[in-house]
Design a protein around this ligand. Structure first.
Ligand code: NCD
Length: 312
């Protein structure tokens, strides 16, 4: 397994299959109590989050704890970062404390890559600027895998604010590696011109795409990253690009609705559509823990003697 996970295309198809298979082994049975594995005993994982996060940070924390690692959540507010300490100094300080892995989220593209050059620990990118969010793509694949037998030829429509989305960039790469067919749908202002080199179909006609899609992946309008002028108004955006009830009814019977969260209900997705049985948005959250456990196990775990010790 790779040493760091910085970008999705650090992974081969085989690596991705291995992560998904390991996650399936770790998948708790419905209603079963949470199980803890000893595979990361004596390992320490630091969550270094320079950007707001609820689900991703909590998900990494639970994943590491369920493998018996020690976990430190390094809160940037209240730390010396607020006094102007550089990423490099912060990294050296936490490394002096004997850390095995750093999970980093940062607003700057490439920050996880820089960190991997400076410190002697496994680095996992939990989101860097508008660039990559590889573990989100892995949990998205895992969620699709639980509903569809094969990625080959699976039709996935990614809808909305692609320009500002690291999730879209990672998902496009991951789905390409797995042989799926990706269509990007959104207003021309929110589809980046480079997308024509991403091996995807680009269209601006959502209603034409919906009846053919196996998965509709709705992106959050990244309002915090947008300057004015991308769309005339959120209300107009919702009426043209939002996944509302009428549009959801155009989907095939077995098609899924996904969203990485957090949702702007009533903007990119209607509140009642997010609650439909075909919407697997809360499954994505739950699967995130399982997939991150699989990744941490494969990157850091050493099988321990004893029947119940390892994972695989
Ligand atoms: C995503 C992110 O932070 O990039 N959220 C997440 O990790 N679940 C998507 C988003 O913020 O829209």
């Amino acid at each position: 397994m790779i040493r760091h996970l910085l970008n999705i295309d650090d992974l081969t198809k085989h690596d991705i299959e291995q992560i998904l298979t390991t996650a399936a082994r770790l998948q708790p049975a419905d209603g079963a109590p949470v199980r803890k594995y000893p595979a990361l005993r004596n390992k320490t994982v630091v969550n270094l989050f320079y950007e707001a996060s609820t689900r991703t940070r909590t998900s990494f924390e639970l994943a590491a704890k369920r493998l018996s690692a020690d976990v430190v959540n390094f809160a940037v507010s209240g730390s010396s970062v607020e006094k102007g300490e550089s990423l490099k100094d912060t990294a050296e300080t936490i490394m002096a404390m004997g850390i095995d892995a750093i999970v980093i989220r940062h607003k700057a593209t490439g920050a996880p890559h820089r960190l991997s050059e400076w410190v002697d620990a496994h680095i996992i990118n939990a989101g860097d600027g508008m660039h990559q969010h590889p573990t989100q793509a892995l949990l998205d694949l895992y969620t699709m895998r639980r509903h569809f037998p094969s990625f080959e030829g699976l039709r996935v429509a990614i809808v909305g604010d692609v320009t500002h989305s690291r999730v879209a960039r990672s998902d496009v790469q991951a789905l390409n590696i797995m042989g799926s067919e990706v269509t990007l749908v959104g207003p021309p202002t929110l589809i980046p011109p480079q997308a024509e080199h991403w091996n995807v179909t680009v269209t601006h006609d959502l209603d034409a795409v919906l009846p053919k899609a196996d998965v509709v992946y709705v992106l959050r309008m990244q309002l915090e990253r947008q300057s004015k002028g991308y769309v005339p108004s959120l209300r107009e955006y919702a009426s043209i690009w939002g996944l509302d009830r009428t549009r959801a009814e155009m989907l095939k019977d077995d098609a899924l609705i996904m969203h990485p969260g957090p949702m702007n209900r009533g903007v990119e997705i209607a509140a009642d559509v997010a609650e439909l049985p075909r919407s697997v948005i809360t499954d994505q959250v739950a699967n995130g823990i399982t997939v991150r456990m699989a990744l941490l196990y494969l990157m850091l775990g050493s099988p321990i003697e004893g029947a119940d010790a390892g994972v695989a």
